[in-house]
Design a protein around this ligand. Structure first.
Ligand SMILES: Nc1nc2c(ncn2[C@@H]2O[C@H](COP(=O)(O)OP(=O)(O)O)[C@@H](O)[C@H]2O)c(=O)[nH]1
Ligand SMILES: [Mg+2]
Length: 235
């Protein structure tokens, strides 16, 4: 027996006609809402977007995004989980799924729906029934030991973002150690170091999102390409 916990790689593109659903998870205060705001600002001119936020007792994150006008108010929906954040993104995803589907209905067609989890610990991860891809956000102020502690978010997320690199000198975090440990536990899956304070548009993360959307479109067209027509009477 061990702590290994593997899932299938879930390569399938989303069903034809619906938006790509992207989860953003990670500990409290790591910069999830700041990253969602950055992605909205950077991507909203050429993609059709909507956002679902999760808070335990409030609608704080949705209020922040609306106050900052990153999207029109009706493209931002808040789920109040009333329970451990991971329950609502992993175990009983119905409230989140309702929120995503109702945004997709109201604003069809959408390219991307971002679902921000409530802040939680290293064991939190999204159900693949709720999102197609997930980003896990850590920040350097938790210490440079965090990536090697692993957990399904750190090791299994499609993208790991190590945020607040501007604070590294202040908290004595060695980014080289974080990079080496993250590469080891993630076995080649991508890691991006970011400072939303210094680069508020999160251009590298936005680039990753665009590349995932491009892959998804390619996979969809490959799956939807009709077989070449056979002329009647051909051998
Ligand atoms: N110094 C610094 N602060 C940041 C950065 N990104 C986010 N923050 C701040 O960290 C705090 C928590 O961010 P927030 O996005 O609310 O975290 P969440 O709880 O993960 O959603 C806020 O005060 C942000 O302004 C960063 O790259 N550098
Ligand atoms: Mg938040």
């Amino acid at each position: 027996m061990g702590a290994n916990h593997d899932h299938d790689p879930h390569p399938a593109p989303p069903a034809r006609g619906r938006a790509l659903r992207l989860g953003v998870g990670g500990p409290v205060g790591s910069g999830k809402t700041a990253l969602v705001a950055a992605l909205c600002r950077t991507l909203r001119d050429d993609l059709r977007l909507a956002v679902v936020t999760n808070d335990i007792y409030t609608t704080e994150d949705a209020d922040f995004l609306r106050r900052n006008a990153v999207l029109s108010d009706d493209r931002i929906a808040a789920v109040r989980t009333g329970c451990c954040p991971h329950t609502a993104i992993r175990d009983d995803i119905s409230a989140n799924l309702d929120a995503v589907e109702s945004l997709e209905r109201r604003h069809a067609p959408l390219d991307l729906v971002i679902v921000e989890s409530g802040g939680d610990n290293l064991t939190a991860t999204f159900s693949r029934g709720l999102v197609d891809r997930q980003i896990f956000v850590l920040d350097v102020s938790g210490g440079d030991k965090v990536p090697r502690k692993g957990g399904p978010g750190v090791s299994g997320a499609d993208l790991l973002v190590v945020n607040k690199t501007d604070l590294a000198p202040l908290v004595g975090a060695d980014l080289g150690v974080m990079d080496r440990d993250a590469a080891q536990v993630r076995r080649g899956k991508p890691v991006i170091f970011s400072s939303l304070r210094e680069r508020p548009g999160a251009p590298e993360v936005a680039g990753w999102v665009r590349s995932v959307l491009a892959e998804t479109h390619e996979a969809r067209s490959a799956a939807g390409t009709p077989r070449p027509a056979v002329a009647p009477g051909a051998p």
